[in-house]
Design a binder for this molecule. Sequence first.
Ligand code: MG
Ligand code: ZN
Length: 223
Amino acid sequence: MEVKVLKDILGANEQIAERNRQLLGSNNVFAVNLMSSPGAGKTSLILATIKRLKGKTKIGVIEGDVSSSLDAEMVGKEGVPVVQINTGGACHLDANMISNALGNMPLQDIELLLIENVGNLICPASFALGEHRKVIISSVPEGDDKPFKYPLMFHIADVVLINKTDLSPYLKFDTEAFSQAIKRINAKIEIFQISCATGQGIQQWVSWLLTQMSFLRGTKRIF
Ligand code: MG
Ligand code: ZN
């Protein structure tokens, strides 16, 4: 019975996510769902991405948070449209929350929508938002065992960013073993090593993002 209820919830979420995807597509907006544990660097990545693409790509941001608006305020200072979602305690964003947020986002004025999910490696994996790509940020201080503990997350993601590589000299993080564990779960996944603090790898990340955007525009596979 519980399984049935969960399926109904996820089925309804899937339908709303598809509507979101169509709305985004009809406005030529490419959307990315950023997921990670708390403190892995989602907001830092958003800030680094905005800085790198300033004047080149029009960005909007949806900030999901359990209660505060600290991240939204920080991102808003960069002069991009930001919509804050307070989940009221819920540990993930869902498609309905995004549907409401999209009503407050100037979709005609943006090309790229960055969605910061709630910091959590479990249920965000089960809730589609209407995004075109799913991104996981793992960070060096968290350790290299995450693919074993949260395989579903790595199974559904398109790209993994290993953040805080500047801390590698001080911490035990086996990048090779980590990458191999991820590839065993998801052979197609792309992995980049980045540091939002030093800027290392941010150009590769942004290039990936732009390639995905133009590829989808060109093929009309999603849009
Ligand atoms: Mg954040
Ligand atoms: Zn949750």
